[in-house]
Design a protein around this ligand. Structure first.
Ligand code: UDP
Ligand code: MG
Length: 317
């Protein structure tokens, strides 16, 4: 097999503090890998500026002028990390590559694992998922929410590997398949896992952020998690139906009991408390189910509008 051309995709949102350092380290890594004859000299970095408000794009332009192996794409506004990754993968497929690795701009994911990714790729894997060794660098809150998310996803039937963030290698074959999926809210972790392509796993260490702050807040993580669930599982919809059935059955029994009390024991004014409790329970359950259904209606709404996933502003090839 010829040495593969590797594209390293880096989503950047307001990353002026780390992007230069990150690009230098990754370019050095490309040199190292090509001198070890693992990758082709045409391998490149592809930085996707997700509508940064700071100096990120100017820095990317500067890097591109110094070294044409740094390529870039700028979104017209912030579209979110998943869209930046998708644009990176689509762009790399268009520019040309045999495999693409996505990695965060803050280099929290140990870049040395890329060599192991390539080894797995050469051994025939089409997808190589980076699995983090631990969550030492995460806050307590992020730790528990992440564990809850992966557990929920697994229970709901969307089998995504736990502790796999979007640090992975995908082959050209996987990128070609991605083109067949027009859905706007493609959840990459779920998508690459369900393709059935040969997948390998590589463990890596998580480091603290090189500079700057996390670009995710509670709301953006919630959105990502809900999108992951609603785009990969309809189990919650079924759960609503089953819950509705049992609640109706329960209501029927309570109704029978109330009727019996009225007819045989004539003490119907009692039960004020019961009425209130039931009112609350049913009110709550109905609202919950409505909200859940709303999530799916929202998904349908987003998809049916068929808006573009992202809008490009500038490109450096
Ligand atoms: N990111 C992005 N768009 C966003 C938020 C984040 O492209 O709206 C990028 C960010 O620049 C970084 C990666 O996604 O390269 C991961 O973000 P971050 O390191 O802030 O997340 P954390 O490691 O805290 O989960
Ligand atoms: Mg990070």
């Amino acid at each position: 097999m010829d040495k593969p051309t590797l594209a390293v995709i880096i989503p950047c949102f307001n990353e002026e503090l780390c992007i230069k350092h990150t690009a230098e380290i990754l370019l050095k890594l490309l040199d190292e890998l090509s001198s070890k004859e693992k990758i082709n000299k045409n391998s490149y970095l592809y930085l996707v500026d997700d509508g940064s408000k700071d100096n990120t794009w100017n820095i990317i332009e500067g890097l591109h002028n110094n070294d044409k192996r740094v390529k870039g794409l700028k979104f017209i506004r912030n579209f979110g990390n998943q869209k930046a990754l998708i644009a990176g993968l689509e762009g790399a497929r268009y520019i040309g590559c045999d495999c693409a690795v996505s990695i965060d701009a803050d280099l929290q994911q140990d870049e040395k694992a890329i060599e192991k990714f390539i080894d797995e790729y050469i051994n025939g894997a089409d997808i190589v998922c980076g699995i983090r060794n631990d969550r030492k660098t995460d806050s307590f809150f992020k730790k528990i929410t992440a564990v809850a998310f992966y557990k929920t996803m697994n229970i709901l039937g969307a089998k995504i590997p736990p502790n796999h963030s979007d640090y992975r290698l995908v082959s050209k074959k996987a990128l070609d398949i991605m083109e067949l999926y027009p859905e706007k809210y493609l959840f990459l972790r779920g998508f690459f896992n369900e393709l059935g392509l040969k997948t390998a796993y590589v463990k890596f260490d998580v480091k603290p952020r090189t500079a700057g702050e996390s670009k995710f807040n509670f709301m953006s993580l919630m959105t990502l998690a809900l999108n992951g669930i609603t785009s990969y599982s309809v189990v919650p919809l079924r759960f609503v139906a089953v819950l509705g059935f049992f609640m109706a059955f329960f209501g029927f029994l309570v109704g029978l009991e109330t009727a019996a009390e009225k007819i045989f024991w004539h003490n119907s004014p009692n039960g004020w408390a019961t009425a209130i409790i039931l009112l609350c329970i049913f009110g709550g359950i109905q609202l919950f189910c409505l909200g859940l259904i709303g999530e799916y209606v929202g998904q349908v709404f987003q998809e049916v509008k068929a808006r573009p996933r992202y809008i490009k502003d500038k490109e450096l090839k």
